[in-house]
Design a protein around this ligand. Structure first.
Ligand code: GRF
Length: 316
């Protein structure tokens, strides 16, 4: 099976998410492509099936009959990658899915420039610190912090940014307005600031305002959030800070961790970029579990933002 010169050969296995198969294809007698799968620890979701084809092989018996060897699916992901997957099946064993190729994106002049990010914070800013430290260490992390925005006054996070000479701004809720209106005002202010500072992406690093309005669509697939649990478990409304860890302990989970994901218009529902896991220990309290996870968050946030930078630069 050949592939074109603008495609990069990958040929690595992917893990389909159970229950995510495309039933429309299956109804037409085709194998259902997994609409959500993980490759190299990153979750991809299919937004479009662009093309399907089969490769045929002669039977080993020497007869002229042919059988379908591989089913190929060219797909587009929600984050814009064009990928070709194929399915192989051996006897009665379960299907294997392979990422065959990824289409190279056209090179932009800005591809070599780091992705400019606005980091949004509400508290201590230890995740922000991790992003700053990776940037100043000179590691090839692919991003540059253009601005730090807080939704409240006197956060330690803002102090951390100032100490490193990074621009800061506030997006405060207007007083005496309903919560939805306050959220929209903060969101619109964030969008204005992001445009003013030329931010390519937004990073919510312990940011507690749920965003709404134009910023979500204008920065679609360019907003990163960190959540202190293994989404999709223990996410959604009311699941923040210690509430998350309380719920994990109450459910008797054997493990927890953190998730870096893209933000969509739901709450903690967007495509996952990176997850890191920790065991839940028998004598864990909310505080000990939170501290163990926070250490992993510090690694995951840098990795997750770097993954987005790589994607936006069209390198994968
Ligand atoms: C982290 O646990 C993050 O997951 C949660 O808030 C905390 C922020 O910590 N949403 P910091 O402000 O980065 O220290």
């Amino acid at each position: 099976m050949s592939f074109s010169s603008n495609e990069q050969l990958i040929s690595e296995p992917v893990s389909p998410e159970e229950g995510s198969f495309d039933f429309a294809s299956m109804a037409q007698g085709m194998p259902g492509v997994p609409l959500s799968f993980t490759w190299r620890d990153t979750e991809y979701r299919v937004s479009k099936i662009l093309e399907t084809r089969k490769s045929l092989r002669s039977c080993h018996s020497g007869s002229n009959e042919k059988y379908v060897n591989k089913h190929f699916f060219k797909i587009e992901t929600e984050t814009g990658e064009i990928m070709t997957l194929y399915r192989t099946r051996s006897g009665s064993k379960k299907d294997n899915w392979t990422l065959y190729t990824i289409e190279n994106r056209p090179q932009q002049p800005s591809d070599t420039a780091p992705m400019r990010i606005a980091v949004l914070v509400s508290g201590g800013g230890s995740n922000l610190q991790s992003l700053i430290s990776a940037q100043v260490s000179g590691a090839q992390c692919g991003y540059e912090i253009a601005l730090v925005i807080a939704d409240r006054e006197d956060t330690h996070a803002i102090e951390r940014a100032k100490k490193h000479g990074i621009a800061t701004a506030l997006a405060l809720p207007p007083k005496d307005v309903p919560r939805a209106e306050a959220r929209l005002a903060i969101s619109d202010r964030v969008l204005d600031l992001a445009r003013e500072y030329g931010a390519d992406a937004l990073v919510f690093a312990g940011f507690l305002t749920i965003m709404s309005g134009k910023v979500i669509s204008e920065y679609s697939n360019r907003i990163v959030n960190i959540h202190p649990a293994l989404l999709p478990k223990f996410g959604g409304k009311g699941m923040w800070g210690h509430h998350v860890h309380e719920a994990v302990l109450a459910a008797g989970e054997a493990e927890s961790g953190c998730t870096v994901h893209l933000v969509d218009d739901g709450c903690d529902t967007g495509p996952i970029l990176i997850q890191r896991r920790v065991p839940v220990l028998v004598d864990d309290t909310v505080d000990t579990l939170a501290a163990r996870i926070l250490e992993e968050e510090h690694i995951a946030i840098v990795e997750g933002v770097s993954v987005l930078a790589t994607r936006l630069a069209g390198k994968i």
